[in-house]
Design a protein around this ligand. Sequence first.
Ligand code: BG6
Length: 482
Amino acid sequence: MIDRAPAATLVIFGATGDLTRRLIAPALVHLMRDGLLDDGFKILGVAREMGDDAMLCDSLEKFLRENGTLEEEGDQHGWSALRHRISYRSGDFANPALFSALTAELNGAVIFYLATAPSFFGPLVDALGDAGLLDEADGFRRIAVEKPFGTDLASACALNARLLGRAAETQIFRVDHFLGKETVQNIMVARFGNALTGAVWNNRHIDHVQITVAETVAVGSRGAFYDATGALRDMVANHLFQLLAMVAMEPPNRFDAETIRDEKARVLKAVHPVRPEDTVRGRYAAGEAGGQPVVDYRAEQNVAADSRTETFVAAKVAIDTFRWAGVPFYLRTGKALAARDSEIVIRFRDVPAAPFEGIEGERPANELVIQIQPREGLHLGIVVKRPGPTLTTASVALDFCYAEAFGLGRPTGYETLIYDLLIGDQTLFQRADMVEACWTAVAPLIEAWRQGEPEDYAAGTTGPAGSGALMARDGRTWRAIA
Ligand code: BG6
């Protein structure tokens, strides 16, 4: 039985924007449906658009209906109950009058969710601080801030310093939505809750690790943001490194936020700065992905015709710890690829060949696949004897699928994060030092990629040829994107 989260007001800056309607609102509907929000839970949306409470509620409802969030009866009840708790204030984030009004209106526990463009993060937190809104005298005051946290090490350090000048680290919740995904949280339990995995999780038994986040979507309407960002900053320096930290961290002594974040920070700080020669950057060219025609990246709306931004990255990463010395982590992510497929592959070392000499059959090394999306689960590839009078071997899979075992519904991943924000559990949020460690690791690439061009790949494929070559150089292959 999960407890209801405590009463609080959720102030969403950017309440009419994409993040609010696509992810935050559906998650709140699900939390309401499941009875996890207190009777004193309220939402105050803030944005520049003129309008009143009904404007925000109607536009959210329209979006939720069109996107299938309200198909089930439970979700409709959830929304009806939530709708009455929503109010709206139109205002200019640069106008101090907005914050004076908020000061008069707000009391008790408050969460300020910055669902805005990153350029507002610093100014908004300054304004909240100036207005005394971060003072915790009559209840907690928390700030939720979405990635990107800076665009390189220097800007991330500056942003962290600015936020920490106004609020304590315990008040700042840096959201990396990958950490809300069910299978990502399961990595820790699968690793540390099972003697079997714990025993082999090291460089004596593991040959290498692959982390793939493949998307079929192209940049769509996000050209302006994406062209200034690229796959390295958008995905690698945060989502992929978070997955790496989950796989590579040492066992925490306790499952509490600080102990877990200490261990994650420790391993992120042990990642070698990635060498440009161990990477490949790609850019999609025209083709078809996810059943949709895709134009050349440089012909996308709001993308510069002479853009050098990468839409694909593959990188070999080394971690300098006793556990991982000599075990490469290969990371890969890209847009407009052959399939939507996010997974972590733990490839174990080969068994000694002698007993099987002269014996026919498949004998790939064991492989544990942690499937993050779209089909959340675990898959263990093992070798067995093929039935019959002669001894031949076959490769089969032991499979666990989350949806089949537990019925997952359609969580957005934000349910857990918002619930944790309300109860004040920072386990799944990034701490300042973790963010800075990630930027430190990719700093050589940011520098090197000021020059040169990404390698083209046709949309709908598995990325540029260089990606396969990066593995082939080490005598290895990527697991197929499927
Ligand atoms: C976001 C990136 O953080 O994550 C997007 O900015 C990306 O470019 C998205 O598409 C992927 O998240 P998900 O949950 O859809 O896999």
